[in-house]
Design a protein around this ligand. Structure first.
Ligand code: ZLM
Ligand code: CA
Ligand code: ZN
Length: 386
């Protein structure tokens, strides 16, 4: 034991099924479920498991998946195999948007039902009052749609988990710090005021996936719709840095909580917003990414913490292990414990806080631009009065 104790006054649950970690999207595909192994090894090496309730979640049933997804899409995921020909010559597409981004691999359905089951279990721990913070690093797959796969996501475990929370909570705030726009979650709750979605992301309609999430995409245009002003977007340019990102996050999240008064929060912690990510383009360090988690924790609301993107596995694992330590309120030594499995994988940066590679992206976010974004958000929040 490294002197890590259960937090006083609250309970953290950690939902991780090792069966998922062996899955493969295919050679060279950026999504590596193996990053979850690396994360869990660091968490355990620090002894953080002593401070949490650890659960090996069950797979979600097809019925549970159909609470959001269309039946024929779930049936398709359940029966399709890599050797099936899913090309449709009429529409010139693969069925349900599968293909290069969302390949059909061996064990696909098992993978999907495991990460969804983990998020559902985690949400239920919160609604049962068995935990105050529930963590599922295998979840957070925010692009999946009702009847199609998108951007490495097949099942939208976030939507399913929020639907669970809504059985007990009048208002849920969803916050998404993945470098990509949380379009699937936004779309699912577009016309309701019982969920506020807030995504921070790189935005470039023509060049960066998925191309949605402009500052003025804030819900249905019709002010009579309950969902109006309840979808918030923080579009960013390349290269945003620590101090800017933290200030922006706090300047936006604080008034959202004050105005919307959520009774539960879901935080998607996509680690592709870190500097040096294979697909990302920000210059955010692990400490700054973690500062967002610590800030949200301070509201003391039931909190569901999810993973998401993250394509440089050694950095993903460090970030999520560090964020686990923040959830339990433990101070961990920056040096990875000497007995951490796969320590050799971290090369000569055997620390939780490596100097990330910031040589690729120049910072294109001016102070004036970020101020205008905060103003735009505040303008939307003013509609929420009364
Ligand atoms: N091509 N292989 C983020 C989801 C991002 C759409 C351009 C596919 C890739 C990417 C796949 C090995 C989250 C797009 C990309 C190539 C149309 C995206 C397979 C490399 C590879 O080498 C690759 C053959 C692949 C995919 C790069 N795809 C990079 N960016 C995005 C999806 C998911 O982090 O937000 C949450 C988990 N897709 O840009 C194309 C337009 C398909
Ligand atoms: Ca995002
Ligand atoms: Zn992403």
């Amino acid at each position: 034991n490294n002197g890590i104790k259960k937090p006083k006054g609250y309970t953290v649950s950690y939902h991780a099924n090792p069966e998922m970690e062996q899955m493969h999207f295919g050679q060279k595909h950026p999504m590596k479920p193996w990053r979850l192994t690396l994360t869990n090894k660091i968490v355990m090496a620090y002894g953080m498991h002593e401070a949490m309730d650890i659960y090996i979640p069950r797979a979600a049933s097809s019925q549970e998946l159909k609470d959001f997804h269309r039946g024929d899409y779930i049936d398709f995921l359940q029966r399709v195999t890599p050797s099936d020909n899913t090309w449709d010559p009429d529409s010139q597409t693969y069925a349900y948007n599968t293909g290069d981004d969302c390949p059909i691999f061996d064990g696909l359905y098992n993978y999907c039902s495991l990460y969804a089951g983990a998020s559902l279990d985690a949400a239920r721990k919160l609604t049962n009052h068995q935990s105050n913070i529930a963590i599922n690093w295998s979840g957070g797959l925010h692009h999946a749609k009702k009847n199609e796969a998108s951007g490495f996501c097949y099942i939208n475990d976030i939507v399913l988990a929020i639907l669970q929370l809504l059985l007990h909570h009048p208002r849920v705030l969803y916050i998404d710090i993945d470098v990509h726009h949380g379009d699937g979650v936004e779309q699912a709750f577009w016309s309701t005021d019982r969920v506020m979605t807030l995504s921070f992301h790189k935005y470039n309609r023509a060049e960066f996936f998925p191309g949605t999430g402009a500052l003025d995409d804030t819900g249905p245009i019709n002010n009579a719709s309950a969902g109006a002003h309840h979808s918030l977007n923080v579009p960013l340019h390349d290269g945003i840095e620590d101090a800017q990102y933290i200030k922006l996050f706090e300047d936006v999240v604080k008034p959202c909580v004050r105005q919307y008064k959520p009774t539960a929060i879901v935080l998607q912690c996509g680690a592709d917003s870190l500097g040096g990510d294979r697909l990302g383009c920000f210059n955010v360090n692990i400490k700054a990414h973690g500062a967002c988690v610590a800030f949200v924790k301070k509201f003391n609301l039931p909190l569901l913490v999810l993973g998401g993107g993250g394509y440089t596995p050694r950095n993903v694992a460090k970030a999520w292990a560090y964020e686990t330590s923040l959830c339990i309120g433990a101070e961990v030594h920056p040096n990875l414990p000497a007995h951490t499995p796969f320590l050799e994988h971290f090369g000569n940066e055997k620390t939780l806080f490596p100097k990330l590679d910031f040589t690729r992206y120049e910072n294109k976010n001016s102070r004036v631009y970020l101020e205008s974004v905060v103003m735009g958000i505040m303008e939307q929040l003013r509609y929420l009065q009364g």
